[in-house]
Write a protein that binds this ligand. Structure first.
Ligand code: ATP
Length: 300
């Protein structure tokens, strides 16, 4: 019985892990089905493990040929650096992440990881190198432990605990009567948006990917939660190549470079300080968000 139950449990986990991964990815990417146009090239190579640089090279893309979404988008994320993409809703920020994960292929230019065109890499090795913290994390009706373990099902208990600790979930879990064995999800304990995001960060940390895509939640947060998320993002991105899709500019003030996207074109780029000094798009967005934050604090 024991012999049988172990593989069954493992299969169950694999299934749930796959379903979880698909759910998160579908949510993040707004996909209903896997795009069949993207396939491994017959001579596709494996992306070797290790630090990775990312380069978008004159990338052009449209979901519908009549409506171009990205126009010659060109930027790079050196290995270990953090680049943030900001811009109005619909400017094409999440599309960049979908293309890097290769849910679609670019129609002009190329995306390169360590100099290799991602169309020449196996999808499995590319995706193994990328961890995603989605906007809205779905939790399974399972224990907190298994919810974190989905990040890397073969990880050991100590690794799961270390990932939870690093994602600042340690105190929260210690206060729960059943600790890691607390059931969460729709039929269990309901977690707040910030707690769910920390579970997603713990999963990503457990996966330990070279490249991290962090898709910041759009929902309004109080300034304390916002600061906590900023700190967690910085910790999770440390030592990795990070592409951050940001809605709140305060989250990405410390990014090595901030790209401002407007209707699929890069209209400005630089550090927070340089962009403020430039006094154009970013500075206007910053002023507007500061006013909104002050109003929200004032009415709180
Ligand atoms: P937000 O800040 O609201 O998340 P965004 O900058 O991330 O927006 P994208 O999700 O990249 O924007 O979308 C860019 C444009 O592409 C939008 O006009 C959107 O309507 C369109 N779009 C996104 N996904 C698809 C799709 N699967 N099919 C067709 N059009 C799409």
């Amino acid at each position: 019985m024991l012999q049988l139950s172990i593989p069954l449990h493992f299969l169950g986990m694999m299934y749930r892990e796959l379903r979880q991964a698909l759910t998160d990815i579908e949510r993040m990417f707004g996909l209903l089905a896997v795009n069949e146009d993207v396939a491994d090239a017959p001579d596709a190579r494996e992306l070797p493990p290790g630090p990775a640089s990312v380069r978008f090279e004159a990338v052009r893309f449209a979901y519908d040929p009549r409506r171009p979404i990205l126009h010659d988008v060109d930027f790079q994320v050196p290995a270990g650096a953090t680049v943030a993409v900001v811009g109005h809703s619909g400017s094409g920020k999440s599309t960049l992440a979908r293309l890097l994960y290769r849910f679609y292929d670019v129609q002009g230019g190329a995306i390169r990881v360590n100099g290799e065109d991602i169309r020449k890499l196996t999808q499995s090795s590319l995706r193994a190198a990328i961890g995603i913290v989605p906007q809205d994390t779905v939790l399974f009706n399972d224990t907190l432990y298994y919810n974190i373990l989905y990040g890397r099902p073969e990880a050991g208990r100590a690794e799961v605990e270390a990932a939870a600790e690093a994602a600042q979930l340690g105190d929260f879990i210690a206060r729960l009567p059943a600790g890691f064995d607390t059931r969460v999800g729709e039929r269990g304990l309901k977690l707040s948006g910030g707690e769910k995001q920390r579970v997603a960060i713990a999963r990503a940390l457990l996966k330990d990917p070279a490249i991290l895509i962090f898709d910041e939640a759009t929902s309004a947060l109080d300034s304390k939660t916002e600061k906590a998320i900023q700190a967690q993002l910085e910790r999770a991105a440390a030592g990795r190549t990070a592409l951050v899709i940001a809605h709140r500019l305060s989250t990405v003030m410390n990014a090595d470079e901030i790209i401002v996207l407007d209707q699929g074109r890069i209209v400005e780029r630089g550090t927070h300080a340089a962009l403020l000094a430039h006094g154009e798009h970013y500075a206007r967005m910053w002023a507007l968000q500061q006013q909104e934050a002050e109003r929200a604090e004032g009415s709180a």
